[in-house]
Design a protein around this ligand. Structure first.
Ligand code: UT7
Length: 321
């Protein structure tokens, strides 16, 4: 049996009190019925102004370490997936490392793949472990879209929430367990369908720009690519989609999750759905969803992670507990 990477622990954090759909209906031309029927979202969390992304990510990371029974001092690598870093530099992973007692010294860097960020980061952790370059990797997905949303745009502001999730990836020699297949893609020609249009150019920052999205186009491409990629990892590992125990898809829209699940022929109880209570938390959504079913995953379960988002990026990871 060759060395593989497995997920040994998870943790999540949502800031403050939930903000219900009624809040948006109080000042925008929208209502709870539209939001719930089109997205499945009932609430989202919004970080207070004095909270940094590292403040939000730290408890998720600490919970994941405790759940995996790994000490921060034992980490060989920290990878942070985020689109909303506290600063352009240094990487948020380094800022987080400074808050994790004993973690100083190991490499730490950020990955920017928007809503696919956690799946991209998991691929890097898997590769480092299989190559023998790391035994214990902290993988964090954290985002604060409240910092980049236009709260007057009803088409986007209702869709996102702040959150953080983390997983500890460790080496295993146990036969038949661990990350069995990975499938990652990007198509930069579709960059404009999700973006913050402002840019860093010339000699100064020309404004960051608020989040903008072509919702219907993203909806269509996300379903097509997530289903295609989910099938690709199943094929790689010779696992029938019907044998999946859990589908942990990016939590952006209940209709997208259900369409992907239907495409794979999965029964309802195998599909993890957390989008109703925290909306789209971008890179945090998969580890938050995983944390919600962590205690119900049993050894031998096939767990499929799949995501799509800005870039346009998409991909999947197939893991056996
Ligand atoms: O992580 C990846 C990131 N993003 C996503 O995954 C999002 C993917 N896209 C979606 O989830 C859906 O496209 C949305 C939920 C964003 C929109 O749902 P839709 O069914 O595609 O609606 P639409 O954009 O085609 O808009 C239909 C109507 C429009 O009105 P008209 O032109 O038909 O009069 C919109 O202006 O709904 C209107 N609308 C709203 N109405 C009430 C858009 N937002 C709202 C709103 N409340 N919040």
């Amino acid at each position: 049996m060759s060395r593989r990477a497995t997920i040994s622990g998870v943790g999540g954090e949502l800031p403050g009190e939930p903000v219900g759909n009624a809040h948006f209906a109080s000042y925008l031309d929208t209502d709870d019925a539209w939001i719930v029927s089109r997205t499945g979202i009932e609430a989202r969390h919004r970080a207070p102004a004095d909270m940094s992304l590292v403040d939000l990510a730290l408890p998720a990371a600490e919970r994941a370490l405790a759940s995996a029974k790994v000490k921060a001092a034992e980490l060989d690598l920290i990878i942070m997936a985020t689109t909303t870093p506290d600063q352009f530099m240094p990487a948020t992973a380094c800022l987080l490392q400074a808050r994790l007692d004993g973690a100083a010294g190991c490499p730490a860097f950020d990955v920017q793949a928007v809503c696919s960020g956690f799946v991209y980061a998991l691929q890097l952790a898997d590769a480092a472990v299989r190559a023998g370059q790391a035994e214990r990797v902290l993988v964090v997905g954290a985002d604060m879209y409240s910092r980049i949303l236009d709260y007057q745009d009803r088409g986007t502001c209702i869709l996102f929430g702040d959150g953080a999730g983390a997983a500890v990836v460790t080496a295993t020699e146990t036969e038949g367990t661990g990350i069995a297949a990975v499938d990652l893609h990007a198509d930069g020609r579709l960059a404009a369908i999700i973006e913050t249009p402002g840019r860093v150019s010339g000699q100064r920052l020309e404004g960051t720009g608020a989040f903008a999205m072509d919702g219907p186009q993203v909806y269509k491409v996300a379903i097509e690519k997530m289903a295609e990629s989910a099938r690709a990892v199943c094929d790689q590992a010779a696992v029938a989609p019907a044998d999946l125990a859990w589908l942990v898809a990016h939590q952006a829209n209940l209709r997208i999750i259900d369409r992907v699940a239907k495409d794979l022929g999965l029964a309802d109880e195998r599909v993890v759905r957390t989008v109703a209570r925290h909306a789209n938390t971008s890179a945090a959504s998969i580890p938050l969803a995983l944390a919600s079913v962590w205690d119900r995953i049993v050894p031998g379960d096939w767990v499929l992670f799949t995501a799509a988002g800005g870039g346009f990026t998409w991909g999947s990871v197939l893991w056996r507990a």
